[in-house]
Design a protein around this ligand. Structure first.
Ligand code: ADP
Length: 967
């Protein structure tokens, strides 16, 4: 710390410290001590350039060494022209013995701007005046290297302490002016060396200017001064000098930097005579130049000692203050250091214990580190919010609830993949391969995705789109979504909005709520780590309606390409760009999707699969995955085509294939069990040597064996053993043969064959018997075609008479019919009556009969207008007592005038009709276009009629006796 104080204290004069004086290490002398004292520690306010360095006896004539010229051994690095830096050749300023200093009565006058030069001290100065410099060099050459060094007086009006004159301006003063500015008393200085404009002086003895000799360079006549004679044994002088010595010693003691020199100093202190002691004290003190000049001018030894004592006492005081400052700062620093150390230790401990997250700085560092890779891509408004929150985090108390809120908020903000996109696949062929790999058929969906990729390729970027896949359950809506993501090389995220009623699920909670969370979309981005994932929103037709806000509207903001480039989550509170997200929604019934949402979607209907498609799916996809899932090898099992067909026709008739998948999995699970059972019962046989085998067979449980035989008979499973390995031809030795035998045994594969006869053993009794309840529909019964969320189906409409009597005409309805269907029945009743009146005017059946119309599967609620024509036909059949044509099914809404209006779900209804072995189907004429779009394998073998008026249906249904078919 002490160092710090000094360095700052010395700072202002560092730039001027030019020569680095180093006392030779082996010069075990007082010069050593003093040289270092002055060189290392100065608090001197004066420029160090002009600082004097103690060097030798000044030979002022009064000392013991009077007349002799001591050799001064001081290495002056970089100053001495002849110095080569080696100790042995340390440059020495050798003061020549002849001519003697006292012979110089006319000298060049060197102005000293900062401090007087004391006898026995070095002082480097800069001489800027070229003439003066030349004169100095000249005198050095002439073996007369002496000049007079005189302190410059401050200009009148300027403060002595604040030297306003720069070095340069000092040397600008010349001639008479300079002469007037010099103090009268100065020092005879030996010019030790000249290097460039730097001159090193060694002080010798005191001079007094008497007169000026020449102006440029200023040369003056001088008197050599001597101390006034004094009594060496004078007690007062002695006492004063001792006091100076002890004070100096104290100063050296208190200052730790000076402590090293105490020894040397005290060893040599005895060498001093009193006047030199006084000079020494004044020279090394930090006193200002006038005080020093006073000492220089004082010729009375006692007075000089007194002046010096004053200066060193002051030095002592400064030293004490310095010490106390140092101590105080040291205490402060060590306190801080201790704190720092403890903090570091605490951090390390927390890190070790995994508690590091609690630490604010660690937290901020964590967030910053997390943000760093994305910083450039992160939008500026987000960066700004993050920075603000980070600052806030630092200011908050770690235990406050606000802190936790901010921390969580920052956690979310920094974890999102700002500007991170996955490289999209724009290769149509590759995408097609992937789509085909995962799903059979679904040509519409696949085509749409390929279009999307093609557009992306041409434009260079892909835009977010909303595709809605609608269809019954199990047709692959969700799984194709996953497959699309794979084909596009986008990340996949699925969330279901079925029954979702809280807007916050989509838009997030405001941060002020406890346990607030961002919405699903933000969670999705965090999960997938890219900004262009494929998001599958499942069950969009089953959105709930919340008491607070409408989730559909929130979804609208999320999905709408016009709005979602700036989607604002309540929690996040900064807009996020969702325009690159590809949304795929799934729904069972498109009609249930809120209209504004539906409006923005591209709906692709997946109607369901016919038997043929299901066969393909089962063979190529479902069987494969089930086999792999159960660990069964392809060669171990065979499910015959007939069995598969039976499974599809009798167990899994619905539009989708999920149920089929379940059944296939069930079959394979059972096969796996069977294989394991067979395998384990074979195992001991396989690994035992031939003679031991007999034993095992003998000991084996007969009962178990019998049971096994029973099972085989019951299930009539054909179990063949297939050898995959040939017998070893020439086994070399016994060990080899045993090994081979084992390998052969483990490779023996049991093959389980599932055919129609064994199917029931695997999946139980068939669930579906024919959907047809009537082979030939009786009077009053007609087959209709319906469409539900589960796909198409056939249904009968039955009408019967309750009672008859004049004016009893009425209609009673059962079968869980909805309002629309009830109205349909009323319309049918009216229309049937009109038609009958038209066809058989005498027949008053409807007027006098109370009818009961029922739609079987009474437990299933039904609604919709498309059963209109079926109801009329059913009533007319009853009225005319004539059954309708065999294998006929129909669908169509009827108006009161008998016009047939179009219906929905043509494909599903066709598939259902085909499943029920219907040959003739009647569709509204307006649905012809839908029908024409169907694949040939769906329409194959069907006789379809398109009608726009009921009269055509009448002909088709009832006029078959004479075999005249109306088309
Ligand atoms: P959804 O979402 O329509 O209810 P899923 O996507 O869950 O139906 O599909 C159910 C199962 O049927 C999935 O395992 C899927 O792989 C399979 N699947 C459906 N359609 C096909 C198809 N065309 N090709 C192959 N597998 C299919």
């Amino acid at each position: 710390m002490l160092k710090l104080v000094f360095s700052s204290y010395r700072g202002h004069c560092l730039n001027t410290v030019a020569p680095r004086l180093r006392v030779k290490p082996d010069s075990n002398s007082l010069f050593d001590a003093v040289g270092r004292l002055t060189g290392l520690t100065r608090r001197s306010p004066t420029n160090s350039l002009s600082r004097a360095f103690f060097c030798s006896d000044s030979n002022d004539g009064s000392g013991s060494g009077s007349g002799s010229q001591p050799v001064v051994e001081v290495e002056v690095k970089g100053v001495e022209s002849d110095s080569d830096g080696s100790d042995s050749k340390a440059s020495s300023a050798i003061v020549p013995t002849y001519p003697r200093p006292e012979d110089y009565l006319t000298v060049l006058a060197l102005p000293l701007p900062h401090r007087p030069l004391f006898p026995g001290f070095y002082m480097p100065i800069y001489v800027k005046d070229p003439k003066l410099l030349a004169a100095l060099q000249e005198s050095r050459k002439r073996q007369a290297p002496y000049a007079g060094a005189f302190l410059l007086k401050d200009e009148s009006g300027t403060e002595s302490s604040a030297s306003s004159e720069t070095e340069k301006s000092v040397y600008d003063i010349k001639g008479k002016e300079l002469f007037n500015r010099l103090h009268e008393v100065g020092t005879l200085a030996q010019i030790s060396s000249i290097q460039g404009d730097q001159v090193v002086l060694i002080g010798h003895r005191r001079l007094r200017i008497t007169e000026m000799v020449s102006e440029d360079p200023l040369t003056v006549k001088v008197d050599h001064l001597k101390e006034k004679p004094y009594d060496k044994d004078d007690d007062v002088i002695k006492a004063t000098s001792f006091e100076v010595i002890s004070t100096l010693r104290d100063v050296l003691k208190t200052s730790s930097l000076w402590r090293d020199h105490v020894q040397t100093y005290s060893q040599h202190i005895g060498d001093f005579n009193f006047p030199r002691l006084a000079d020494f004290g004044a020279a090394i003190s930090g006193a200002n130049k006038l005080q020093c000049q006073q000492v220089l001018e004082e010729l009375d030894v006692h007075k000089r000692l007194q002046l010096t004592l004053e200066l060193v006492k002051k030095e002592m005081e400064i030293s004490k203050i310095q010490e106390s400052i140092a101590k105080a700062i040291e205490e402060k620093i060590s306190g801080e250091q201790r704190r720092y150390l403890l903090n570091e230790q605490l951090k390390a401990i927390k890190k070790e214990l995994g508690l590091e997250t609690d630490d604010k700085t660690a937290l901020s560092a964590k967030f910053r580190e997390r943000l760093e890779p994305n910083r450039e891509k992160c939008p500026p408004h987000v960066l700004q919010v993050i920075e603000e929150e980070l600052t806030k985090l630092q200011l908050l108390e770690a235990s406050s609830s606000e802190f936790n809120v901010t921390r969580n908020y920052l956690d979310w903000l920094t974890v999102l993949p700002w500007g991170n996109y996955s490289d999209e696949n724009f290769d149509v062929i590759q995408a097609q391969t992937i789509l085909d790999e995962d799903h059979y058929g679904l040509a519409d969906v696949k085509e749409r995705i390929l279009e999307f990729i093609a557009v992306g390729k041409l434009r260079g970027t892909s835009q977010g789109k909303i595709i809605c896949l609608s269809g019954p359950p199990g047709v692959g809506k969700t799984s194709i979504g996953r497959s699309i993501a794979r084909a596009l090389n986008r990340k996949f995220f699925r969330f279901s909005v079925g029954g979702l009623s809280d807007v916050a699920e989509i838009k997030g909670h405001r941060r002020t709520y406890i346990g607030a969370m961002p919405g699903k979309m933000v969670q999705c981005l965090k999960n997938v780590g890219t900004e262009n994932p494929l998001v599958l929103i499942d069950e969009i037709d089953k959105l709930g309606r919340g008491h607070a806000g409408d989730p559909a509207s929130a979804l609208l903001e999320l999905l709408d390409p016009e709005q979602n480039a700036n989607f604002l989550d309540h929690y996040l509170d900064v807009p996020i760009d969702l325009s690159k997200v590809l949304f795929v929604c799934t729904a069972n019934v498109v009609d249930n999707i809120p209209n504004p949402l539906l409006d923005r979607m591209e709906v692709i209907a997946i109607a369901g699969y016919i038997t043929d498609e299901k066969m393909h799916i089962a063979r190529d996809y479902l069987e494969k995955t089930a086999r792999e899932a159960c660990g069964v090898k392809p060669e171990q099992v065979e499910v015959t085509d007939a069995a598969l067909l039976g499974l599809i026709e009798n167990y899994c008739r619905e539009a989708g294939v999920r149920n089929l998948q379940k059944h296939i999995e069930k079959i394979y699970r059972k096969i796996a069990l069977r294989l394991v059972r067979e395998g384990s019962s074979n195992e001991p046989v396989m690994v035992q040597p031939a003679d031991a085998e007999a034993e095992v067979v003998d000991e084996s449980d007969h009962h178990a064996a019998a049971n096994k035989a029973d099972v085989e008979v019951e299930t009539s499973v054909q179990v063949d053993t297939v050898q995959t390995n040939d017998q070893p031809k020439d086994p070399k030795d016994a060990a080899d043969s045993k090994e081979l035998q084992e390998t052969e045994a483990t490779k023996a594969v049991e093959k389980v064959v599932v055919d129609t006869s064994s199917l029931a053993d695997f999946v139980g009794k068939p669930v579906f018997h024919a959907e047809r309840i009537y082979d030939q529909t009786p009077v009053g019964v007609v087959m209709g075609l319906a469409w539900t969320a589960m796909g198409g189906s056939t249904l009968y409409i039955e009408t019967t008479q309750i009672e008859q009597g004049e004016g009893k005409g009425a209609l009673h309805l059962t079968g869980q019919l909805g309002d629309v269907m009830k109205e349909s029945a009323q319309i049918a009743h009216t229309l049937a009556r009109a038609i009958l009146l038209d066809k058989e005017p005498a027949n008053l059946y409807f007027a006098n009969s109370k009818l009961h119309l029922h739609v079987p599967a009474g437990a299933t609620p039904k609604d919709g207008p498309s059963a209109g024509c079926t109801m009329i036909t059913s009533m007319l059949s009853l009225a005319m007592k004539k059954p309708v044509r065999k294998d006929l099914a129909m669908t169509g809404e009827v108006t009161l005038t008998g016009k047939i209006l179009p219906i929905g779900g043509v494909k599903e209804k066709t598939i259902a009709a085909k499943r029920s072995e219907v040959r003739t189907i009647i569709f509204p004429a307006a649905n012809r276009r839908d029908y024409d779009e169907l694949a040939p394998n769906v329409t194959e073998g069907l006789d379809v009629h398109f009608v726009d008026d009921y009269s055509q249906i009448f002909s088709l249904a009832f006029e078959y006796d004479d075999n005249t078919m109306v088309n």
